[in-house]
Design a protein around this ligand. Structure first.
Ligand code: GLN
Length: 486
C-alpha cells in the first residue's frame, strides 16, 4: 500500500477500501523498517500523524474528501510545523519548535493531508548532497553508498523509498530538481511567487521556492494545486489566478516547439546523462514535438552570479540566529560578544559559515558595486536570455544534473565541484521561471537520470503537459529501487 501514488490512494480512500489511519500506520511501519538504512527523516511525528489521519477519516465519513484528504506526506525540515521540531538540519535550530505552521503546511492540513514528519536536508538548504546536514547522512535508495542529491535529499529519498506518498522540498538553486533526478522521482520548482514561502526558513529570499516531490507527474499537479496561490502573509507571493494544474495532464505535444540550449550540452557532462536526455528528447520528437536548437548565451555566468547573490542574501537572513531570540545558545559566555561569537561558531557548520563570510564580504561597503550589484545585473541578462528563447519555443529541455548521483564523501572536500552539480538548475532560479525534473532513464550502474523541462513564468501547466506526455510514453517511473518490501 505504501507504494501507491496520491491519486491511487485517493481512489481507495474514496471507495472506503482503506482508511487513512490504516495507510498511515502502514507508512509509519515502513519508516521504522526502512529509515534506519535510508535516514531520510529527522523527525517522525507519529502521534500527530495518527491524529491527523483520524481527523481525515472523520472528514471522509462526512463526505468531505479532496485530493489530499488522508494522504500521508512529509515535509523538508525547513518549513515550520506547529508543535513539531523544525531544525533546518542545523545545530543552531536543534530544538526549535515553531508556534505556527508554514502556509504550505496549513494548506495541506486544511485539505486533510497527514504529516508524517520532517525530512533531512543540507544545513539551511546549502548543498547538493545532504552531506551538510549536522545530524545524519541520507542515503540514496538506489544505492546506499551514493548521495540522494540535495539539499532536499531527505524529501527525494523518502518518496523513492516509499516512506511517504509524496513530499515537499525547497529549491534555491536546484534543491528539488537535482535530488529528484538523483532518486528517480518527479520534482518541480514552481515560478518565483507561485507558492507562499511564509514559514519557510529563508536562505536566499530572491531565489527560494517551495515545490512538490512525487512518484509521478499527476501527483505533482495535485500537490501543486494544494500549495499554489496568493498569500497575503508573503509579500513576494503573486496575486494571479491559479489554474487547476490537472488540466496539464494531457498526452499531447504535437507541434510544440521544444528548445534545446546548445550551452547546456558541453564538455564535462557524463556521456550517459547526455545519451539518456537525448533519448528522452527523441521520444517527444516521435510524438510530434518540434526540436529546435536555442541559445542561452549567459549560461556560463550562472554559477558565479548565483554564488554571489545567494551568499549575500544568506548572510543577511542568517544574522537573526544570535542565541538571543530562539534556538541554540553557547554555554557560559563571559560577555555578550562572546555569546554571539560562540553561539554562531558552534551553531553553524562549515558550509554555512563559508557562505556567511562570502556573503558578508560581497555586501561590504566598497565591494557591493563590484559583487552584488554586478551579479544582479548579470542576473537580469540571464533572465533576458530566457525571455528571448521563449519567443522561439514553448518549453526548454535540458539535463537536470550533469552526472548521476555521486558517492558519499566524493565531493565534500571540494566545494567548487559540489557547486557544479547545479550548473543546469541554477539559471532557472535566477530567471524565476518554473521547471520540472522527470526520470528519463538509468546509468549503467543502475542510478536514475533526470530530464529538466523549463517553462515561461506561470506556465506550470505546460511543463506538466510535456512531462506527463513523456512519462506516459515511457516506463522509467515504474522502476523501483532495490529495497526490501515488507
Ligand atoms: N546546491 C545549491 C546550493 O548549495 C542549491 C541549494 C538549494 O537549491 N537550496 O546553494
Amino acid at each position: 500500500m505504501y507504494r501507491l501514488t496520491i491519486h491511487e490512494l485517493h481512489d481507495r480512500l474514496k471507495r472506503k477500501e482503506v482508511s487513512s489511519q490504516e495507510v498511515t500506520e502502514v507508512l509509519l511501519k515502513r519508516i521504522a523498517e526502512i529509515d534506519p538504512k535510508i535516514k531520510a527523516y529527522l523527525t517522525v511525528a507519529q502521534q500527530e500523524a495518527i491524529r491527523g489521519a483520524q481527523e481525515a477519516d472523520r472528514m471522509i465519513a462526512t463526505g468531505r474528501i479532496s485530493p489530499l484528504t488522508g494522504i500521508p506526506l512529509a515535509i523538508k525540515d525547513n518549513m515550520c510545523t506547529r508543535g513539531i521540531k523544525t531544525t533546518c538540519a542545523s545545530k543552531i535550530l536543534e530544538n526549535f519548535v515553531p508556534p505556527f505552521d508554514a502556509t504550505v503546511v496549513n494548506r495541506i492540513k486544511a485539505e486533510g493531508g497527514v504529516i508524517l514528519g520532517k525530512l533531512n536536508m543540507d544545513e539551511f538548504a546549502m548543498g547538493s548532497s545532504t552531506e551538510n546536514s549536522r545530524f545524519t547522512i541520507t542515503r540514496n535508495p538506489w544505492n546506499l553508498q551514493v548521495i540522494p542529491g540535495g539539499s532536499s535529499g531527505g524529501s527525494a529519498a523518502a518518496v523513492a523509498a516509499d516512506e511517504c506518498i509524496a513530499s515537499l522540498g525547497s529549491d534555491t538553486g536546484g534543491s528539488i530538481r537535482q535530488p529528484a533526478a538523483c532518486c528517480g522521482v518527479v520534482g518541480m520548482k514552481p515560478t518565483y511567487g507561485r507558492v507562499s514561502r511564509y514559514g519557510l526558513v529563508a536562505f536566499a529570499s530572491s531565489l527560494d521556492q517551495i515545490g512538490p516531490l512525487t512518484k509521478d507527474v499527476e501527483d505533482c499537479a495535485i500537490l501543486l494545486n494544494a500549495i499554489a496561490g496568493y498569500d497575503p502573509l508573503d509579500s513576494t507571493s503573486a496575486d494571479t489566478p491559479t489554474p487547476d494544474y490537472r488540466r496539464g495532464l494531457v498526452k499531447d505535444v504535437k507541434g510544440w516547439v521544444l528548445g534545446v540550449p546548445k550551452e547546456f550540452f558541453v564538455e564535462g557532462m557524463d556521456p550517459e546523462v547526455e545519451e539518456r536526455v537525448w533519448d528522452g528528447i527523441r521520444v517527444l520528437q516521435e510524438l510530434g514535438a518540434v526540436i529546435k536548437e536555442i541559445s542561452l548565451p549567459h549560461t556560463g555566468y550562472a554559477i558565479a552570479t548565483y554564488y554571489i547573490i545567494c551568499t549575500a542574501e544568506a548572510s543577511s537572513n542568517l544574522a537573526r540566529y544570535d542565541g538571543v531570540k530562539y534556538g541554540f545558545r553557547a554555554q557560559d559566555p563571559r560577555d555578550l560578544m562572546e555569546m554571539y561569537l560562540e553561539t554562531r561558531s558552534q551553531g553553524f557548520g562549515p558550509e554555512v559559515k563559508r557562505r556567511i563570510m562570502l556573503g558578508t564580504y560581497a555586501l561590504s561597503s566598497g565591494y557591493y558595486d563590484a559583487y552584488y550589484k554586478k551579479a544582479s545585473q548579470v542576473r537580469t541578462l540571464i533572465k533576458g536570455n530566457f525571455e528571448e528563447a521563449f519567443r522561439e519555443c514553448d518549453v526548454i529541455i535540458t539535463p537536470t544534473s550533469p552526472t548521476p548521483a555521486f558517492r558519499i564523501g566524493e565531493k565534500v572536500q571540494d566545494p567548487l565541484q559540489m557547486y557544479l552539480s547545479d550548473i543546469f538548475t541554477i539559471s532557472v532560479n535566477l530567471a524565476g521561471v518554473p521547471a520540472i525534473s522527470v526520470p528519463c532513464g538509468f546509468s549503467s550502474d543502475g542510478l536514475p537520470i533526470g530530464v529538466q523541462i523549463i517553462g515561461r513564468p506561470f506556465e506550470e501547466e505546460r511543463i506538466i503537459q510535456v512531462a506527463y506526455t513523456f512519462e506516459q510514453n515511457t516506463d522509467h517511473h515504474k522502476r523501483k529501487p532495490p529495497l526490501p518490501p515488507h
